[in-house]
Structures are given as C-alpha cells and as structure tokens.
Design a protein around this ligand. Structure first.
Ligand code: ADP
Ligand code: MG
Length: 268
C-alpha cells in the first residue's frame, strides 16, 4: 500500500516579479516500508518536494494522497495535525533546543498534543522518551544537553524526537550533511535498523551518492522533475561497514556533563 502518492505536483514560488518553478510536475508513489533516497543537484527541488511530502507546505497544483488521505487541499491547521501523527522530521542542523536535556528535547513534540483524550501524563512521556532514546542507543545520555554531545549523538537525539509520535514515515533532509564519515555511517545504520525492524518508511534527501546507497530505491531530481527512479542494486549495509572500521577516536567520546564535580589534583 502506498504511503505517498503524488500526481503532477507543481510548486511555484513568487519572488517579487519573478516566478520560480521549483517543481514542474512530479508523479510518484512510495510504498510502506520502502527506504527511498532522493538525490539531485542543488536547486533541483528536493527540499521543496520534502516540504510538500511532509505537509509543511502545499503544492501549487497536483494531488497528494498521504496514507490514504487526500491532503492537497487540507486546510493548514488540519495539516499540522496530520503531520504530528504521521511524520517524523530530521534535518541537517539537528534543530535541538540547546539548553534543554536530550530527554526534554525528545519529549517536546508530545507537549504539542492538545487532545485531552490522548494527552500523556508526565510519567508516561518520560517513559516513551526513554524508549526512543534507547532505540538510538542514547538512553545513557538522556540528561545531557546538546553541547555536551557529539554531532552524531545530537543527530541521534533528533532521530529519537522524530520517533516519539510513532510516525509511519520519517523524512530526513541531508541528515548527514554536518557529520564526518564514520558518524554518517552510524546515523545511516540507525535509519536502516528502524526501517528493517520497525518497518518505518524512510524518505531521505541527500546530494551524496554514497549515502543514497543505504536506501532501497533511488529517485533523482533535476530542474523540478524526476529524471530517474530505480532500485538500489548494490545496497550498502551500515552495520557491516561499522564493524569493519577501526574503533572511534577519543575525540568522539563526549565531555563529562558541565555540572560534574572535578576532583582537585593532589599537590606534590
Ligand atoms: P534543493 O533542495 O534540491 O537544493 P530546493 O527545493 O530548495 O532545491 O529549491 C528548488 C528551487 O526553488 C530553487 O531554484 C530555489 O532557489 C527555489 N526556492 C526554494 N525555496 C524557495 C522559497 N521559499 N522562495 C523562493 N524560491 C525558493
Ligand atoms: Mg535542499
């Protein structure tokens, strides 16, 4: 069954007198459980497509059926509702609150829920948040703030936050754009695991071909159109690659929490 079904999607941005045709008729369908990588040069319409797919924006024309529901004409406030329940987002810049613990960052989307019937009590929110931190191997860092975590750990917190509402789909826009090679593989390993073990559909945008190869399917954009759509023939396996790499450098080990008591060194 299709999670995303778009037909003849267009998006025109108007900047002063100029019209920018960001999408010029995109039709495609993504099934439940697929891991799709979207690639293409800068300005080809990848982010525009993701914003529409993620119900952050609406198309200028064309249709979009998300998980069986036609959302192309849904009013904005209703779109927010759809988005909160069906989609988790991960961005290049992590978008975490800097003075807030990993646990509180992850719980944040739950606080947006105003529906008294489904609103969780604080104890249940903590439990759920610890569960998703566990899914990204970070439960032992739940009290750390983002500046006490490495880039890869911050991105894992962002992935945990994307998982908190148990979405059917994760949309990730250049999630490894700020990460070194090893950390990128670790993050891709988490996406592969969530996809394999939990069946979460993943739509990943990247301009790096080697990152795209962790997916099962590759869609290439150019000038606002899909110019290629194919199965990934030689899929990379992040866990296998990590096992073959040398252990991480000491730099990757995060500093102790800022409030940690440092023992004074004995005078000689
Ligand atoms: P990509 O993510 O592939 O780099 P984008 O979807 O960001 O491409 O952009 C596609 C085109 O739309 C580009 O020409 C870009 O300049 C333009 N564009 C994107 N967002 C906006 C916006 N908010 N206002 C005006 N033009 C935009
Ligand atoms: Mg982009």
């Amino acid at each position: 069954m299709a999670v995303i079904e778009v037909k003849n999607l267009t998006k025109v941005y108007t900047v002063g007198e100029i019209k920018v045709h960001a999408l010029r008729g995109v039709s495609l369908s993504i099934d439940k459980g697929e891991f799709v990588a979207v690639t293409g040069p800068s300005g080809s319409g990848k982010s525009t497509f993701m914003h529409i797919a993620g119900c952050l924006d609406r198309p200028s024309s064309g249709s979009y059926v998300l998980d069986g529901k036609d959302v192309s004409k849904t009013p904005k406030d209703e779109l927010a509702e759809v988005r909160n329940h069906k989609i988790g987002f991960v961005f290049q810049g992590f978008n975490l609150l800097t003075r807030t613990s990993a646990l509180d960052n992850v719980e944040l989307p739950l606080l947006y829920n105003r529906d008294s019937k489904t609103k969780l009590k604080s104890k249940e929110r903590h439990k759920r948040a610890m569960g998703v931190l566990e899914a990204v191997n970070l439960s032992n860092r739940h009290h750390h703030t983002p500046n006490q975590l490495s880039g890869g750990q911050q991105q894992r917190v962002a992935i945990a936050r994307a998982l908190i509402n148990e979405p059917a789909m994760i949309l990730a826009d250049e999630p490894t754009g700020n990460l070194d090679t090893r950390t990128s593989i670790e993050v891709m390993g988490i996406f592969q695991r969530l996809n394999r073990e939990k069946g979460i559909t993943i739509l990943l945008i990247t301009h790096e071909m080697d990152i795209a190869e962790y997916g099962t399917r590759l869609i290439r954009f150019r000038d606002g159109r899909v110019v290629a759509d194919q199965k990934v023939l030689h899929r990379r396996d992040a866990d296998e690659e990590l096992a073959a790499l040398p252990p991480p450098e000491p730099d990757d080990i995060p500093p102790p929490p800022a409030d940690a008591q440092v023992e004074p060194t004995a005078a000689h």
